[in-house]
Write a protein that binds this ligand. Structure first.
Ligand code: ZN
Length: 488
């Protein structure tokens, strides 16, 4: 080949250059539209992104119909589960096994958060491919995962892999908000799911800037969200004659005290294992600080390490219950001192953590008899949700690692990224996994594509993207995982 080009170049260099130019232009124009046939997951992701499922309203039914058209011809049994909201459906595709073992569920949400369109450099709903990345809302969270899961199960069907278990692919509604999420689905149609274990969004396959995968974290538990009300009361009176017991001042003092309060360190076993892994793949001072947090008995040393590690908001959130004031409500008129003032604090709890102890710590810190700290009212949807979660909290604890699914994820990851540690992980936010975990189903979470810290910041942000190479590797990971789960 080289010889031919050299020979050609003697006489025909200008023609060759012209042809090369035409070729390159064709490739790059083509590259803007699609990833090409050799990257089916990326193509599928582009198509999913083009179906705008910003929630509200979600319109997840459009995804259900699209996936139906792809999966039904391959032999999947399809069920589209409508919700009371028109256009909002869950989609279930079942690839039948021989029934000797319980199904494996792989679940991805179809809805996405909205966009600030003017801040994007590309159309967020065009699924455009640029410089080796698929761009668009949901590329990471979680249409990328939906594309990976779908492509992996389609390969199972196309390759006629013998199955003991049914493989259930679920495309969900209302994960990003709304009443008809997986909790609704599990309550109303558990018979359609009833699986042994499940795969979901969650942990990270972290990649450094040189493309080296540092670790694979598989979430085995999620933190959960509880709204706490801090309510100050005082004398309601004319604003021309203020009294010392002003409710707004009392609330402001209470919030100032809470802002200086740090909840205690709580390293649950999955966080300990994650920190051990992170310590091995990081540089000092982080590696040393993590080591202190894990092993030191010196409280001063631990406190200092905690302070430094906590400068990273994600690591800070993994180590403790967090408090974040999110709403304020006080007053109704310019000449009336209101009788009460209220703040909503969004508390993110580690499952199993002692919630009542946290409430009493908050009361001690505020130290004011005119300020009450309580769970949001059971009359509100938020309050009801929180009360239900708190009741379930022990069953929302970490999923065990000694299952065929966790083992399969671990060994598939090792086959693709040899020597890369795989670690359990506490997910810092809530996901749709609670609906299954609360029914005793072990759930493992992963965003199934290597990702850099820089790209991670685009999630729910602007110019969200995922690389085609990562999607290919993710598809291999999930396909191998499912093949192994079926063979065990
Ligand atoms: Zn998500």
């Amino acid at each position: 080949m080289t010889i031919t080009i050299q020979r050609l170049s003697l006489r025909t260099r200008p023609l060759l250059n012209f042809l090369l130019l035409v070729f390159c232009l064709t490739v790059s124009t083509h590259g803007l539209q699609t990833a090409g046939n050799e990257h089916p997951t990326a193509d599928l992701l582009s198509e999913l992104i083009r179906i705008d499922t910003s929630n509200p309203p979600g319109n997840e039914n459009k995804i259900a119909e699209f996936l139906s058209s792809r999966l039904r011809p391959l032999g999947f049994e399809i069920q589209i589960v409508p919700t009371p909201v028109p256009g909002k459906s869950h989609f279930i595709a079942r690839l039948k096994g021989d029934g000797t073992k319980k199904p494996v569920l792989i679940a991805a949400h179809a809805d996405v958060v909205g966009v600030e369109r003017e801040k994007w450099t590309v159309d967020p709903f065009s699924g455009i491919v640029r410089d080796g990345y698929v761009y668009g809302r949901g590329a990471i969270d979680f249409k990328g995962g939906l594309a990976v899961f779908t492509e992996a199960v389609m390969q199972l069907a196309k390759n006629h892999v013998p199955l003991h278990r049914d493989v259930i692919l679920l495309s969900e509604a209302d994960e990003e908000g709304g009443a008809y999420n997986t909790t609704w689905l599990a309550n109303s149609h558990w018979d359609l799911i009833n699986c042994e274990f499940a795969l979901n969004e969650g942990g990270w396959i972290m990649e450094d800037t040189s493309g080296h995968v540092q670790y694979v974290s598989v979430s085995t538990a999620d933190k959960f969200s509880v709204p706490i009300l801090v309510t100050a009361t005082g004398t309601s009176t004319h604003s021309s004659m203020p009294t010392p017991d002003n409710a707004i001042y009392a609330l402001a003092r209470a919030l100032a005290r809470l802002s200086a309060y740090e909840t205690p360190l709580e390293l649950i076993p999955s966080t300990r294992e994650f920190f051990e892994t992170l310590s091995k793949v990081s540089q000092p001072p982080l590696s040393q600080d993590l080591d202190i947090l894990l092993n030191s008995k010196d409280p001063t040393q631990v406190r200092e390490a905690d302070r430094r590690v906590s400068e990273n908001p994600l690591l800070h959130a993994l180590m403790r219950n967090t408090l974040a004031p999110v709403l304020l409500k006080a007053g109704f008129s310019g000449n009336v001192i209101p009788g009460s003032a209220q703040a909503t604090i969004n508390v993110r709890l580690i499952p199993d953590s002692d919630f009542d102890a946290l409430l009493s710590h908050m009361r001690q810190v505020i130290n004011d008899p005119n300020v009450d700290v309580s769970l949001a009212s059971p009359d509100t949807p938020d309050g009801q949700r929180a009360a239900a979660l708190l009741k379930l909290r022990s069953s929302l604890g970490p999923s065990a690692k000694d299952t065929a699914l966790y083992r399969a994820l671990q060994s598939s990851a090792h086959s693709i990224w040899p020597d890369t540690p795989v670690t359990p992980y506490l997910f810092q936010a809530g996901t749709d996994a609670g609906a299954w975990r609360s029914r005793g189903v072990p759930v493992y979470g992963v965003y199934p594509y290597p990702i850099t810290a820089e790209d991670l910041r685009r999630m729910h942000g602007n110019d969200e993207r995922v690389s085609i190479h990562s999607l290919d590797q993710g598809t291999e990971l999930i396909y191998k995982t499912l093949v192994q789960v079926e063979s065990e």
